[in-house]
Design a protein around this ligand. Sequence first.
Ligand code: NI
Length: 205
Amino acid sequence: MNERTLKPSPRTLRVILILSAFMAALAGVFALIVAMSAREPPRLSAASTIGGPFRLIDHNGRTVTEADIKGKPHLVFFGFTHCPDVCPTKLFEVSEVLSKLGPDAVKVGALFVSVDPERDTPEKLKDYLSSFNPHLTGLTGDANAIAEIAKAYRVYYKKVPLDAGGYTYDHTAIVYLLNKNGEFVAPFNLNRRPDEAAADLRRYL
Ligand code: NI
């Protein structure tokens, strides 16, 4: 018997049918992913409740207000230079994302807002940030100005005395993504490869 005349057994046919159905389902899922990624970047319905006016001083001593962050998407996060682990980690992760943006890094802003203005003077912030990506901006201000922006961004921060003397801060570690209009979009996910996070950020340029 010639091989070409062989008919597939019912069992083989069933396997082929199951495989075809599986491939069709995969194609459907793939089409959905393509359709979803082509949509407008997602925006939380609570967008208008996060963010607001502020008036702070950057690490070069210049005044920065909410008007200055319009025109570029921004990452905004809060912390303090004496933070033992969370802040340095976040600053490192954000630095990696900014590095992956290459020349486009100038088209985004990244604001590190101090919740410890007592120790974090502009000079101290400048010195501290020199270990990270140069496109990061440190912001500080008086206690009232910090309280105001923390309230606007719903950031929790609390001074905690240390047994050994001195103090630390508990604080919210969310990185907020703001679009070009200065509107809050969503928390920015840093739990992924820096190039993936950079590609996500690029969608807002
Ligand atoms: Ni911290």
